[in-house]
Design a protein around this ligand. Structure first.
Ligand code: ATP
Length: 493
């Protein structure tokens, strides 16, 4: 649809675009990203013919831009510039009607049903039909932006050029507009070229993006290939973290604030958490939020947390909505849910076991409660109909002073699980149904919590220094907790 070859542009002596070459296909949503002053607006002005390239060529549908007369061009290309001069005295509808000029004969201008329909549709698309008779000067910034978009849409273009289209819009209108643009590219084969400042919106919606820096092309590619941490750091001079979007297969960029220097690096993990336990619950409170990866009832997955609650419930506890009930319990007891990890156990909390270890890189604290009434051999679980027979859970919390990669979190979870299985084996815990060695219980939880400061751990498998600390502390604490559980059971018998 559009092709640029070796396009360059200078304002006086200042070269602001150098050797730009790329093409945009029909029906594509194409994003332009780059820092302030990188040449995005200048590029859009070249595409809209407000400026002419001083070197190179731009062609539209196979023909150089300059061969189109003004109306021909306007029937193909509509523009929403960054700043639009206010049309004082015009209503929303009248402003939108200006978009139809390309279809008016200059000798005998005549307003047709088709013109009226295009204007009505454009106003509906930007959600302004209800406000069509209001003066543009009385609108909010976002509504004004949508009015000018309606004017561009009324042109019924094949190509829409947008300079920061979501500027001034609240998040709901941003998403609505981008959803609409996306569907028009699919259904009407509209080609959209838009400047974005929000990398995540560009990543979510664009088929491809062009990344500019100081007037030079850093690359043109699918967002997932171009939006890399190192590239963004180089282009925007801002450290970012790339993660996967939780719902759609797109990258999600988060910005890293400049961190305060960690003056407490030499402190042990034991100085960074406090443990308070009574009959009702054990609460581990962290001085600063810890990044947690857990299978806990409340706070599963990745979460930053300051409170870790292991709540004692009676052996008769049965609840179809345990998650909601637990959240309600936490809330009633003054815990901030988004910062709390919640587990349940029928084990007496005084039977919890603690194991603290340290080496030259890190320190670690494992806290375990173990009830093995539901002991299950994972390899035989498929033979049972009911997995939960009564209360009995092994809850493992591992607090680490260190900075873990995501791989290290996953490996820490594996290492802790393997250590737990070995503890069950050495304590000769049997799955009563199968008569074989149990590997856990059906409701076990593990939480791996780290300060994300101090030594960086890329891995936490059993051969790494961190893995060794995790394996040993979880093994020792789980064995101790099982021994306490056995003792308690004997007391009751
Ligand atoms: N009319 C002009 N005369 C002289 N220099 C200009 C003119 N317009 C832009 N420039 C310069 O050209 C460079 C690129 O500007 P441009 O507006 O294209 O950047 P941009 O990437 O759109 O920036 P922003 O994100 O701030 O909108 C800047 O250094 C700017 O100062």
């Amino acid at each position: 649809m559009l092709q640029l070859e070796n396009v360059s542009y200078s304002y006086g002596r200042e070269v602001v675009l150098k050797d730009i070459t790329f093409s945009v296909h029909k029906g594509e949503l194409f994003g332009i990203l780059g820092p302030n002053g990188s040449g995005k607006t200048t590029l859009l002005k070249l595409l809209s013919r407000e400026l002419s390239p001083q070197a190179g060529t731009i062609s539209l549908k196979g023909k150089t831009l300059s061969v189109y007369n003004q109306k021909e061009f306007a029937r193909i290309v509509a523009v929403l510039p960054q700043t639009v001069e206010l049309s004082f005295g015009y209503t929303v509808k009248e402003t939108t009607e200006l978009g139809r000029y390309a279809y008016q004969s200059s000798l005998f201008p005549k307003w047709t049903d088709e013109d009226e329909k295009a204007v009505m549709e454009a106003l509906r698309q930007v959600d302004l039909w209800e406000k069509r008779d209001k003066g543009v000067d009385s609108l909010s910034g976002g509504e004004r932006q949508r009015t000018y978009l309606a004017r561009a849409l009324a042109q019924e273009p094949e190509v829409l050029l947008l300079d920061e289209p979501t500027n001034h819009m609240d998040i709901a209108h941003q998403m609505k507009l981008l959803d609409a643009l996306k569907s028009w590219t699919k259904e009407k084969k509209l080609t959209v070229i838009a400047i974005f400042h929000d990398i995540n919106l560009a990543s979510l919606y664009c088929d491809r993006v062009l990344l500019l820096q100081n007037g030079e092309m850093i690359g043109v590619n699918k967002p997932r290939n171009l939006i890399e941490e190192t590239t963004l750091l180089q282009v925007f001079q801002t450290p970012v973290k790339r993660q996967e979007h939780p719902v759609v297969p797109k990258p999600l960029i988060t910005f890293l604030p400049s961190m305060e220097t960690n003056s407490e690096n030499d402190k042990d993990i034991r100085d960074k958490v406090t443990i308070v336990s009574n009959d009702e619950r054990m609460t581990v409170t962290a001085v600063e939020p810890l990044k947690v990866f857990s299978s806990a009832l409340v706070g599963a997955g990745f979460q930053w947390a300051t409170h870790f609650v292991n709540r004692h419930v009676p052996k008769t506890y049965r609840c179809d909505h345990a998650y909601d009930e637990m959240k309600q319990y936490l809330r009633m007891n003054g815990f901030d849910i988004p910062r709390t990890i919640g587990m349940m156990t029928a084990v007496y909390l005084e039977d919890a076991a603690y194991m603290h270890l340290r080496d030259e890189c890190s320190s670690i604290l494992a806290v375990v409660t173990a009830g093995v009434g539901n002991a299950v051999d994972a390899s035989k679980a498929w033979e049972r109909e009911m997995v939960v027979r009564g209360p009995g859970t092994i809850n493992i919390m591992v607090f680490i002073d260190g900075h873990l990669s995501e791989a290290a979190y996953a490996q820490a979870m594996m290492t802790a699980t393997e250590a737990k299985v070995k503890a069950l084996y050495d304590e000769e815990i049997i799955d009563p149904e199968s008569g074989t060695m149990a590997t856990g219980t059906s409701t076990d939880c593990i939480a791996i919590a780290a300060t994300q400061k101090g030594h960086y751990f890329e891995y936490a498998g059993t051969i790494t220094s961190l893995g060794k600390l995790i394996g040993r502390s979880v093994y020792e604490a789980t064995r101790q907790a099982i021994q306490k559980y056995k003792l308690r059971r004997r007391e009751f018998q």
